[in-house]
Write a protein that binds this ligand. Structure first.
Ligand code: PLP
Length: 387
């Protein structure tokens, strides 16, 4: 038996996305070429742009294709910083993805920008009033993620958007984990820039999009050809873009049914894993992505847990895919107040609409057994038990 419970890392390509990609591979003209082959490719590219725009309430002219969530995040930041003039202050949160945090750090280290890292509460929630209080004359960007990739907490983006709009400060939202899983409407949210990534909603890897509100200046990260209205040089990856458009449309169409089912599975996992002694749910019980479950189990190492689960065919994650392999505990778990030693024993199970009841049952059967086995070998657990 196998259970793929690592959908926040990446999802399975959907048949509709694969079919769209195969059609894209048949269209081999360069979208920038003037001849009929090129025009056919340009038409397919624009159709994909229209479909993606429609899914998030944007105009097609506000969508720029990129190589994924990381590039979209980086470009949004670089652009805001590039237009900052004399302003030298950026606001973000302590639980952003490294595609935001590491890129922002570059500007604090090399260009003298001041960064306000807004803390979160113990469920990982940002208080919009903290953002309001941090905004000053010098602020050139606010960047807050829609839903956290580790603990799934969903932020009050609409309220933060209203605060930024009122203060006339550009607002970027990393919606990589939300797109395809939660309804997104850029006008309603009052975001100026928003990042999405194809492989998080059953589309292909290595492709994403950046929404940039009309009237908002957007600087390129990559320089070269005039693609994407001079905002992103390089021949577009048409098959991937077509696959991403098909995947986003399909996810939007199936969202209601999938969410209801996933919330049920999530509840079963939370209930079952809470029964394990000294286990702690990370994040909010209700204000979280439908498919996200994250626990800390005291007295064990998340990495060992992953290896044992992998041997049983269960694919999960400890912290985010990017932090696994490093000995540092997750910055997100530390930010919600988990002590270092507890944060080390974390397990993230992330579901998608492909997840089945059998996979949930299997995980619920095996995880408590593995936790107990690992703890029985752990001197730390021994000490914890004896108080
Ligand atoms: N932002 C968030 C919240 C993510 O979860 C990820 C990927 O895990 C990224 C950005 C980076 O996206 P990509 O892998 O498409 O570069």
């Amino acid at each position: 038996m196998q259970a793929y419970l690592d959908n926040a890392a990446t999802t399975k390509l959907s048949p509709a996305a694969r079919d769209a990609m195969l059609r894209g591979y048949e269209i081999y003209g360069n979208p920038s070429s003037l001849h009929s082959f090129g025009r056919e490719a340009a038409a397919a590219l624009n159709q994909a742009r229209e479909r993606i725009a429609a899914c998030i309430g944007a105009d097609p002219g506000e969508i720029y294709f990129t190589s994924g969530g990381t590039e979209s995040d980086n470009q949004a930041i670089a652009s805001a910083v590039g237009h900052a003039r004399e302003k030298r202050h950026i606001i973000t949160t302590s639980i952003e993805h490294h595609a935001v945090l590491h890129y922002l750090k570059r500007f604090t280290v090399t260009r003298g920008f001041r960064l306000s890292l807004i803390p979160v509460d113990k469920e990982g929630l940002v208080n919009p009033e903290d953002i309001r209080a941090a905004i000053c004359e010098d602020t050139c960007l606010v960047s807050v993620m829609f839903a956290n990739n580790e603990i799934g907490t969903i932020q009050p983006i609409e309220e933060i958007g209203a605060i930024c709009r009122e203060a006339n400060v550009p607002f970027h939202c990393d919606a990589v984990q939300a797109a395809g899983h939660l309804p997104l409407d850029v006008r309603h949210l009052k975001v100026d820039m928003l990042s999405i990534s194809g492989h998080k909603f059953h589309g292909p890897k290595g492709v994403g999009a950046l929404y940039c509100r009309r009237g908002m200046p957007l600087r390129p990260l990559l320089l070269g050809g005039a693609q994407e209205k001079n905002r992103r040089a390089g021949t577009e990856n048409l098959p991937a873009v077509m696959g991403m458009a098909a995947a986003l449309e399909e996810s939007a169409a199936e969202m209601d049914e999938a969410s209801a089912r996933l919330i049920g599975y999530r509840g079963q996992l939370i209930e079952g894993l809470s029964k394990i002694e000294l286990s702690h749910l990370n994040g909010s019980r209700t204000r979280r992505l439908p498919g996200n479950v994250n626990f800390c189990f005291e007295g064990l190492e998340g990495e060992s847990l992953l290896l044992y689960l992998d041997a049983l065919g269960i694919a999960a994650s400890s912290g985010s895919a990017c932090t696994s392999g490093s000995l540092e505990p997750s910055h997100v778990l530390l930010a919600i107040g988990r002590p270092h030693e507890v944060a080390h024993g974390s397990l993230r199970l992330s579901l998608s609409r492909c997840t089945t009841q059998e996979e949930i049952d299997y995980a619920l059967r095996e995880i408590p057994v593995v936790v107990e086995r690992l703890r029985s070998m752990s001197p730390v657990w021994d000490r914890l038990r004896r108080g």
